[in-house]
Design a protein around this ligand. Sequence first.
Ligand code: ADP
Ligand code: MG
Length: 835
Amino acid sequence: MEKICVAVRVRPPVPQEIFNGTFWNVEDNRVSLHRQHGTPISGISFVFDHVFDENCGNARVYELLTKDIIHAAVEGFNGTVFAYGQTSSGKTFTMNGSSSEPGIIPLAVRDIFDNIQMMSDREFLIRVSYMEIYNEEINDLLAVENQKLPIHESLERGIFVAGLREEIVNSAEQVIKLIESGEVNRHFGETNMNVRSSRSHTIFRMVIESKRKETNPSGDYSSSDAIRVSVLNLVDLAGSERIAKTGAGGVRLKEGKYINKSLMALGNVINKLSDGAKQRGHIPYRDSKLTRILQPALGGNAKTSIICTIAPEEVHIEETKGTLQFASRAKRITNCAQVNEILTDAALLKRQKLEIEELRSKLQGSHAEVLEQEILKLRNDMLKYELEREKLETELEEERRSRKERDECIREQQLKIQNPSNHVILSDSDRSSSQELDSRTPKEECDDSNSVCQADVFRTPSYKAAPNAFVVKRSNYSRLPDYSPLPDSFSNVADEDTWFKMNKGYIADLDMLQMTPARKVQSFPLNDATPGSNENYRQEVQKLKEQLELVTEEKNEFQRKYTEQVLLNDQLTGEISELTQETLLIQEIPRRLCESVASCKDFYEDALSTMQGFASDGNSSTAKLLSSTSEIGSSLFSSLETLFSMAADGNKSFAGNYSLFQEHCKVLCERLKSTITNLALSETQTTDNKQVKNPQCRCDNKGCAPEEETTCWKEKLSNELNTINTNKFLEASKEKYGSLEREFQLLKEERDSLVETVAESSQKLAVVTDQKENVLKDLNSELQRRKDIEEEIKQFSVAFASRQKSLVSFHSELKSKVEKLKSQNPIPVPKSLGY
Ligand code: ADP
Ligand code: MG
């Protein structure tokens, strides 16, 4: 057992405030009201665990009041920290802080992740939610569409808000971003006292699950695999307010009343709890959503801190006194916190273990970060599905309830129809027994196992809970209504006197304000089955039969659609595999072209090196031409090779490189032309000179000197070279290249279109698969519905038969009694009654 930790924080005074009477003095852990000249006013002095003056920052408040709770939460203890105080006293500043001075929530979030980092022997799963209670309705701040959420209680999860979005998180930054996104959805309003006054209570909740890291290589969970699950609530309450002072009217007034109502309920709970364990009695947690949600934190299994914020201005003295009195009472509450270890599947960590293991195995090696993100995403998806399921279950429950009510209504109508047709004279004893039965509610009838509980057989058949649904086990208070009945004229609750009285410890007996009027329940009539009821029954059965037929038709339709979809699916799968084959073939083409170019290059280089072998003189024009041609050709081939290999690898910069390659070709062509022209020119000049110098060399070189012979060879070669139409070769290769290029382009286009077709087909397949799944789902639900209806008809028939039987027997019994009476006392029976 440990006491709730209570602290008081004094906000800095507003600048224009002038003190001329009294002021609040803070000294160690004491806050007391002093006169202007410094003497304390007797009786107005309070001591708490901590008292923070106006100079104290959020970090220090966190350090002294919250840090231990946060650390304990990481170790498996539930924790709650909440800020209480009048409007504008600094609650939101304390909890959320500002950009330059983070408050308890951001500090706690960072601290939790730092702690987790240090606890290397445990693995953690953290999920967060953020809700507000506005006008006594719970809204999800992380998903605006989730409004008016109900509170449920289950054995596995305790008290929880059904349908509330929970997000799995793995870093403080992520949580802070979520909070920021949630802040946008919060209800604020302007009052005389605060331009941005919180008009709702907000609860930021972190659920921390952890387990010891596996030492067992097989990864199996054994019975010792307890998972710790703790819940941390960080609560920023809306400010208590005096309606007159805040100048509230209209919407603000309505909000104010709701705020005061829930704060009063909180005050009541605190007051009752502070009475000590023996006198506690019934704690009215159910009087407001706020107290219901905070139930474990107030007098239960949680470590709790309350920070009461006060405004130092003289004008607020009364409210400040009220807050300090509230804080004093809260100080007396004891909680009993323990580490929450569970072995069931309720822990998300356990449920998600398998998937995580799978993903972790993928994590081996590279892309660790990407896969971690993937894990987080998958975890969140799983959580969303679970929440969705929970929401659906709630809706189903609602549906069942309304159906039950409808059935009840039908039954009452049937009874009404039956009643007028039965006029039976009963003896005194019979009448009294009948009255006795009349005055019993159906519930009592059912509780009494000895009596013939006819009402029972007419109840809506109970549905079996889904196997994986949470088992709802109510606490001792479960039979109480969700809320103590409160007066409609709730404006009284805003009454300041009640408010101040409550802060002093007065327990407003909200329960006594208005009792729920006893519901008059029509008794079960003691009459025979009338033709009217039979007719009703027949109609009902007929209706059900029609419904059944409709459902069967729908089912058949779904089945037909499903078969069609399956066929289409198969067809598409076939087409996709064909297209995939073709794509593979097309992707092969650039590779083959690349290989051909490489072999052409080899061939070309061989040919040129052979030719260069003939031109022994490296300085001759032939040699020069050959080496230049060889160089240009090699360069061309290399470029071509690179280009094709890029195309083969599916390189995206292929298109850009292709135009570069064309440029490159042009340059090389120019170079080749200029080389040839230069060579031709120099050759012509040399030949002219030689012709002048050595005319006989032209016709015959036999008998010439060796130098002359060489020159003659050169001349010959030059002539030969001139005769070779280099341009022709170039043109031919260019043409060839052009046609190759066109072919390649065509293939590329074809490949692109095929890839597109494949993508389209995949999309179609995905759509078809989706449709198929939906159809299957619908089919299953329809089948289930049909089964339910069949079951209902069966039960209804059985019930009807047994009722008829009992009524017949009762009728005969009655008849015999009447006969007996007639024989004992021969009073003439009116003929109209038929006896
Ligand atoms: P509440 O939530 O109680 O209505 P707020 O937290 O919104 O009040 O505080 C009202 C104003 O006072 C805000 O402008 C806030 O910045 C300022 N304030 C409150 N407490 C402090 C503090 N300890 N230090 C500085 N400014 C503060
Ligand atoms: Mg606020």
